[in-house]
Design a protein around this ligand. Sequence first.
Ligand SMILES: *Cc1c(COP(=O)(O)O)cnc(C)c1O
Length: 471
Amino acid sequence: MASVPARAADIPSLDRLLNAAPMRPALQQYGHTQVVGALRAHLDTLRQAALTGELAAGSIAAEAITRQVRKALDAAARPRLRAVFNLTGTVLHTNLGRALLPDDAVAAVVQALTTPANLEFDLDNGGRGDRDDLVEDLLRELTGAQAATVVNNNAAAVLLMLSSLADRREVVVSRGELVEIGGAFRIPDVMKRAGARLVEVGTTNRTHPADYESAIGPRTAMLMKVHCSNYAVTGFTSSVDVAHVADIAHRAGLPMTVDLGSGTLLDLSRWGLPREDTVRATLSAGADLVTFSGDKLLGGPQAGLIVGRADLIRRIKKNPLKRALRVGKLTLAALEPVLALYRAPELLAERLTTLRLLTRPAAQMREQAERMLPALQQALGAGYKAVAAPMFSQIGSGALPVDQLPSYGYAIRHAGPGRPGRALEKLEAALRALPRPVIGRIGDKALWLDLRCLEARDESAFLAQLQAPLA
Ligand SMILES: *Cc1c(COP(=O)(O)O)cnc(C)c1O
């Protein structure tokens, strides 16, 4: 039944609405300024609707207006950075924030946020301290390096290292290692911005010791190796290992540096994960400096670590860019307890969130998938069919770029009429629109939800969202 349209003159005044009882909770929560702003905007849309004769009488009741204003205020107040469920199967997902901090690190961050701390204050002599000192001893202990410094991320570490040691000089890198990471970080571009000149040697698939040797000249600053984080060169290949490149560099009186990317502190093969060269092994093979990320396999906060020879670290710390790239107290607060966990390797898989997720046995996810299947199927309704299915998780963030870890989760397929592709996109969007968005991946005519990163503590929140129909 169409109602009689209301007129602009019937719309209650802003003052009346503002002072009426139903608006009181909104005023308490959001304050006068925000409520007036939202109210004014809503009254404007009502007046516009009245002009075109589209204003329904019901929409100008004080309760209806208050409800709409409240909705607008709630929507505007919702944080843009929100918790999601990472069911993509990629544990260190760059777009979803990479490593999750263990509880000890979270507690340390909260303390640093709310309490003064000795960030740059030497408690032994009362003088000024150096923020790097907070983690340098731990980094030395865990890597065997002489010295260490910390910046905002590994891209900053590479930039600072090159700017400090190779300004207006040449850096020799194999053509097989000219990595691009996530579009914005390309070794050749970083090199240029750091003021260094890139000298490429070898070919994409093969580089030999003689290629490095013949590239060295009077303007050479260093030889550098870069971890092939997100790709693999296979087939007819040949590269020169760290020890050999370091030897060539040292014979020419030059430093040799390695951008390890992920940079693990322990050999992960003891947990059945792919073998990666550790920072310690890279240094003892002869690298003079190693750079790596804090929030990849290390499992800590976003940070870039530079470890190695004390004289080179000293030069790096004198570069004015260090001040621009330094980390804040939150990063250092989180980094110290994460590094400290590595002192107890036998407890690491339990305590370090990243490693705990990477080492979850498939049987555990399988049990979880089967247990939650009825609730999921109920929420999906008749239009979709979910099955518990084996799948492979990825480590992510530049550990080996191939599917590696046997996992378990759901494959959801379209069960009704219509185009399956469209139906899956609709479901994927519905999952993304949940209060705590669920992020999966579409492939092979199915939507895949990998349960590896859904730990017990998050399970009830996940199930609670499945109370209502999904799509
Ligand atoms: C990931 C990565 C980087 C960039 O590290 P961020 O911490 O993301 O800045 C640089 N080099 C390599 C080889 C990487 O894998």
